[in-house]
Design a protein around this ligand. Structure first.
Ligand code: NCD
Length: 306
């Protein structure tokens, strides 16, 4: 499969070699000024859910590649508010640009959009499962910090039930050979059935209840916030709120080289004192959103075989 013209819906649709091509391209993007691969091209942003990092880093990436952006970021100000179907909106946007970047609260929206649109569709997060470009930048960041992903021990803590970044990174890690992935699941935030079933297929994954159990082994601790908006019952959210926190005394029990990643936004799950420590990698990780998305857009829209 070539990159050119490709839809990006799930990280698991990619192969390891393709992710490595992306890493190399992203590294190149970090070093180069004046890249014009999107010159004369329009990227259409259809964001139906709040976003800061994903939207703005995609936008920055388009600008840095000399392209233009058209966007729906307030669905209430678009014709959807007049009763237009999403399918019709997608059909129209398809005719306005050279690629469509979509975020939506419902699982499967990006796939539906890709079936409707002729231009390449990039999933910027849909529902509770897929956020492939976040997984790309998470993998890139881990690779940048350690020079590899194979052989690392990675802990993932937080909302294992509803966080699509966990599901996507987990799937992305399966393209590599980490020595162990610990899914750290506080009681009541247990992993969804589908992921639990898949875990049984993998030798390199273990579910534990408390970070203390594994902190000494970890190279990476990937933290997510509680996905408040995805809890069907607000009482369920109240019950689990504040049940986990990553702070300096915890991290000091780990390796000196331990890195804490977080897709952001953070609420209260990483204490602020961690920000100034050598463990904090999340702001650097967020910055990597730009070169990784520049690389992705270039590979998809450059117009030559990759
Ligand atoms: C994530 C998302 O939208 O899933 N944010 C992001 O893209 N960086 C994580 C989150 O909202 O918690």
């Amino acid at each position: 499969m070539t990159w050119n013209g490709r839809d990006i819906i799930r990280i698991g649709d990619l192969k390891r070699e393709e992710i490595e091509t992306l890493f190399n391209k992203a590294k190149e993007m970090k070093e180069r000024e004046n890249v014009h691969t999107l010159s004369g091209k329009i990227s259409v942003f259809a964001f139906f859910e709040p976003s800061t990092r994903t939207r703005m880093s995609f936008q920055a990436a388009v600008h840095k590649l000399d392209g233009d952006v058209l966007s729906i970021t307030r669905p209430e100000a678009s014709s959807l508010a007049k009763g237009e179907t999403l399918a019709d909106t997608i059909k129209v946007l398809d005719g306005y640009g050279d690629c469509l970047i979509i975020r939506h609260q419902f699982e499967g929206t990006a796939r539906v959009a890709a079936n409707i649109a002729d231009v390449p569709v990039i999933n910027a997060g849909d529902g509770q499962y897929h956020h492939p470009t976040q997984a790309m930048l998470d993998l890139f960041s881990i690779h940048e910090f350690f020079g590899r992903i194979d052989g690392l021990t990675i802990g993932m803590i937080g909302d294992l039930k509803y966080a699509r970044t966990i599901f996507s990174l987990f799937n992305g890690l399966q393209l590599f050979s980490p020595s162990m992935i610990y899914l750290i699941s506080p009681p009541k935030l247990g992993i969804r059935e589908e992921l639990r079933n898949r875990i049984e297929e993998y030798q390199n994954c273990t579910i534990v209840q408390d970070t203390q159990e594994v902190i000494e082994e970890l190279d990476v601790l990937y933290v997510t916030r509680l996905q408040k908006e995805r809890f069907p019952d607000p009482l369920e959210f109240k019950r689990v709120k504040g049940t986990y926190q990553v702070d300096l005394p915890l991290l000091k029990q780990g390796k000196d080289t331990l890195k804490v990643l977080h897709p952001l936004p953070r609420t209260d799950e990483i204490s602020r004192e961690v920000d100034e420590s050598s463990y904090a990698a999340y702001f650097k990780q967020a910055r990597n959103g730009i070169p990784v998305r520049m690389a992705l857009l270039s590979l998809i829209m450059e117009g030559k075989e990759n």
